[in-house]
Design a protein around this ligand. Structure first.
Ligand SMILES: Cc1ncc(COP(=O)(O)O)c(C=O)c1O
Length: 500
């Protein structure tokens, strides 16, 4: 979190000698130093914990949290990032000692319950996506992409098709798609969108060849539109000998309605931390399982979970596997919460999730479009994109509107993405919001429209109600201040080399 200089002065709450907890002296005073730790690795100076009472600490953190926006406190319409309500029953199950106190190195016989969850989650994801096998290991969507494209590489290598060096990616894609392909050394080929925001079939045909390794496609795409030519797209890519990768980060619009497996995709990743409802943001915790059709199953990362005579076990070796993509068995807590979410809703409930998400997005779109134009004005799926290119002339950008929304108590929507839309502002209301909440958001957008006409300065300089207003976003990302005290921060920024 960024804090101003004034805030920093009042941020130091420590007072020498104050205690939060008193531990029985006779029990802890004589604790011996851990033996065997080399001297140069030991602590050089006493640890500098803030000295505070318990009420002071509680108030400090509660007050900090109240300066924040979260799904539990505000409407969070973050396009392409599905920030939906996370049912608390998921958290309750994940906190049960039988799950929370398990160690990943326990023997298989002592963690049969967790293994059952993994096994059954895999079966559910197969049913939801139409794929034939899953790995639950990747820890995020981008990690799922990396795993998926490693599978593409392994598949082509095994068939002596290593000349397939090109990965085709539509220009509306999420940045992690080209980044993944480039990271694995592939040539990224951009495919144009047509005038309706879908894959331009002529451009796709033009780029397909015996060098095509794969097409990575997000469906619904990042404009919130279903790829209406999807069957034609998958047919064309397969005819060229390439594989089809489905970026399933937007599956919140598809549950129980359509399945990537039925559309012809070979590989799919899901973002459990979005569609299957576990809290995320600020980098985690996430989970990006990857599903494949049978012809890619031998390459899946290890370990694999299997069920033999009512017992669950892990397979740790397989000749063609790409190996491990993470330690142990993935982000177990997130997998568990997704499992609870799926089991408590059932297939019918999941279908309703997507139908409500689509309904909410279309309701908002129709009500907002008289005030701000929609980039592609068609029925949308779970999200839609406005274009504020006309406001540019008044030197108002989509980011300014995002910031003004903060003053009205809404988390800012995604701005300047997707890149194919000039001054994009992308809204995903999700299924969790009520009609009243959507109407409040519509009112705020109407009010911002009036302000743009009558008093644009108030929009350009927003937010006016928060502790900080317009930080240097690049600097904030490049020079993260993770430590609350200046001296400690300086020490951290100057690496100390300890004598060996
Ligand atoms: C379409 C799409 N693909 C991939 C990702 C990457 O997922 P993650 O943030 O979990 O790495 C996102 C995340 O926003 C996304 O929206």
């Amino acid at each position: 979190m960024l804090i101003s200089n004034d805030d920093r002065l009042s941020f130091e709450k420590s007072s020498p000698g104050r205690l939060g907890v008193s531990l029985p002296k006779e029990r802890y005073a004589k604790t011996k130093a851990v033996s065997g730790v080399p001297k140069n690795l030991g602590r050089q100076r006493p640890v500098e914990f803030p000295e505070m009472t318990e009420p002071e600490i509680i108030r400090h953190f509660v007050n900090l949290s109240r300066k924040n926006f979260s799904v539990d406190t505000h409407f969070y319409p973050l396009g392409s990032c599905t920030m939906k309500y996370n049912p608390k029953v998921n958290e309750w199950v994940a906190s049960l000692a039988g799950f929370a106190a398990v160690h990943p190195m326990q023997s298989a016989s002592t963690v049969q319950g967790y293994f059952q969850v993994f096994y059954e989650l895999e079966q559910s994801l197969k049913m939801i996506t139409g794929m034939e096998r899953f790995t639950l290991q990747p820890a995020a969507g981008a990690h799922g992409e990396l795993t998926g494209i490693m599978l593409v590489r392994a598949y082509h290598r095994a068939r002596n098709q290593s000349q397939r060096r090109k990965i085709l990616i539509p220009d509306s894609s999420h940045g992690t798609n080209p980044a993944t392909a480039a990271l694995l050394g592939y040539d990224v080929v951009q495919i144009k969108s047509d005038s309706r925001g879908r894959v331009d079939l002529d451009d796709l045909k033009h780029h397909l060849s015996h060098e095509t390794a794969c097409l990575m496609l997000t469906n619904p795409n990042t404009l919130g539109l279903f790829e209406t030519n999807i069957l034609e797209v998958t047919k064309l890519v397969h005819q060229s000998g390439g594989l089809l990768y489905y970026d399933g980060a937007n599956l919140n619009a598809m549950l129980g309605i359509a399945r990537p497996g039925d559309m012809g995709f070979d590989i799919v990743h899901l973002n459990l931390h979005k569609t299957f409802s576990t809290p995320h943001g600020g980098g985690g915790p996430g989970s990006g399982p990857v599903g494949v059709k049978q012809h890619l199953a031998p390459f899946l990362p290890l370990p694999w979970i299997v069920k033999e005579k009512e017992q669950y076990a892990l397979i740790e070796k397989a000749d063609q596997s790409i190996g491990r993509v993470g330690s142990f068995f993935g982000n177990a807590g997130v997998l568990l919460k997704a499992y609870v979410y799926i089991r408590s809703l059932g297939l019918e409930g999941l279908k309703q999730v997507s139908e409500d998400a689509i309904l909410n997005a279309n309701y908002l779109k129709e009500k907002i479009k008289p005030y701000f134009p929609v980039a592609i004005d068609e029925a949308c799926m779970h999200e839609f994109v406005l274009t504020l290119k006309a406001e540019k002339e008044k030197h108002i950008h989509s980011g300014d509107i995002g910031k003004r929304l903060l003053d009205f108590g809404f988390h800012a929507p995604t701005v300047h993405f997707p890149l194919v839309v000039d001054e994009a502002l992308m809204v995903e209301p999700t299924e969790s919001e009520s009609r009243e909440m959507l109407d409040q958001f519509i009112d705020a957008m109407k009010r911002i429209r009036l302000e743009i006409e009558s008093n644009p300065e108030i929009v350009k300089t927003a937010p006016h109600t928060l502790p900080i207003s317009r930080p240097d976003e690049v600097l904030a990302a490049r020079q993260l201040i993770l430590c609350y005290r200046d001296q400690i921060r300086e020490k951290m920024l100057t690496p100390t080399v300890l004598p060996v």
